[in-house]
Design a protein around this ligand. Structure first.
Ligand code: NDP
Length: 359
């Protein structure tokens, strides 16, 4: 039997109140289409927290599969796993292969799990990659990639503008833009110290950002004139805006889009509603859309595999850097409280890196 631990919840609430570490054992006799996976790395994404709080639209069902006292769900949606053993009916996967989940909602914060072969997507070439790189590819970088590709035809020399530019998604967008010859205006929040703001600007410029500004610079009168200056008198188009944040600053961001530009909203970190300038809709024909990578992945399995592989190729070639992470070792003896603390800090803001459980 394999001894396993999983971070489960049986009701919605703050992670520190509702998460508990559950120990169970997994039988060695595998059904023929089943895999036994050992977890290597799983990130703590903002959506994972919202899901535990019960305010996220996709809610994994509470079940008794793991033998918890109350029916429960396993937290977490993303991660990198190594195959420990393979059911007799599976031919396309072998022991030692690395896989990620095809869809969100699987419940990834656990040391081991059973999965059907249809649940997983094989990483065809794991050479030169780390579990963290593979374990964080399918949500943030895929989101950035699809938002830059699927809404407007961004050509070399075009621009996009984004807020939350230092987020996992934002950093991915910067780097993909650089690879594709697409320039970017990147908005970050003002840090408490000016030197920290400068440091963050430099970090993003090094990743390939064309311009980095703070929210307060964006909100200054005359900012859109600055953008016109940067874009060769407006001859270069700012075709896409990526919105991670919402609230008033996003209305200012919309003003920087070119005629018929497109704002794609994917996050609401400020928890403030979006106010759309009327003139943007009537006179500038700005389009407003939303993107949800879960919906996209469910509908585009093949394209997801291709997108993941393209990003991992760039990673291997050193053209796509990891996000900054705070690694949290999840060992057999790691206490529940330590793991919970890592989860609870996720929505805090001004963080040095995304929390990632490394097993
Ligand atoms: P990260 O954890 O990497 O980064 C969080 C970002 O949010 C940072 O840029 C942080 O800025 C910013 N932030 C935190 N608190 C606030 C606040 N109160 N107001 C404004 N900005 C804030 O996040 P991810 O890249 O993983 O995710 C970012 C957002 O995108 C989340 O809302 C997430 O749910 C969403 N998302 C949506 C997807 C989709 O398919 N729609 C897919 C992936 C992510 P600072 O450093 O200044 O605190």
């Amino acid at each position: 039997y394999t001894q396993a631990k999983a971070f489960v919840y049986s009701k919605y609430g703050e992670p520190s109140d509702v998460l508990s570490l559950h120990t169970h054992s997994i039988s060695p006799s595998l059904p023929s289409s089943t895999l036994l996976l050992r977890t290597l790395a799983t990130p703590i994404n903002p959506a994972d927290i919202n899901q535990i709080q019960g305010v996220y639209p996709s809610k994994p069902p509470f079940t008794s599969l793991l033998g918890t006292q109350q029916p429960s769900a396993v937290a977490g949606n993303e991660g990198c796993f190594e195959i420990s053993s393979v059911g007799s009916g599976i031919k396309s996967l072998s022991k030692g292969d690395w896989v990620i989940m095809k869809n969100t909602g699987f419940g990834t914060w656990r040391t081991h799990t059973l999965a059907e072969d249809s649940n997983v997507l094989k990483i065809e070439n794991k050479d030169g990659l780390t579990p963290i790189q593979v374990g964080t590819v399918s949500v943030n970088p895929c989101t950035a990639y699809r938002m830059l590709k699927d809404f407007e035809d961004l050509k070399e020399g075009d621009w996009f503008i984004q807020n939350g530019a230092n987020s996992g998604v934002g950093r991915a967008a910067i780097q993909l833009g650089r690879e594709w010859g697409v320039k970017s205006i990147n908005v970050i929040r003002d840090r408490p110290e000016a030197s920290e703001t400068e440091q963050m600007k430099n970090e993003l410029l090094e990743l390939g950002a064309t311009k980095v500004v703070t929210e307060s610079e964006l909100m200054e009168k005359g900012f859109s004139e600055k953008v016109i200056e940067w874009t060769n008198g407006g001859r270069e188009q700012v075709k896409v805006g990526l919105n991670c944040v919402g609230g008033k600053p996003t209305s200012a961001l919309v003003k920087c889009l070119s005629q018929s530009g497109h704002l794609v909203t994917y996050g609401g970190m400020s928890k403030q509603p979006l106010q759309l300038p009327t003139a943007a809709l009537i006179f500038k024909d700005i389009k407003f859309s939303g993107f949800w990578v879960s919906r996209w992945s469910d509908a585009n399995a093949e394209e997801k595999k291709r997108t993941v592989e393209e990003i991992l190729d760039l990673t291997r070639e050193g053209k796509f850097k990891d996000i900054p992470v705070q690694e949290l070792k999840w060992e057999w003896g790691t206490e529940e409280g330590v793991l919970k603390e890592a989860v609870q800090g996720t929505l805090g803001g001004f963080r040095a890196g995304k929390g990632v459980f490394v097993y």
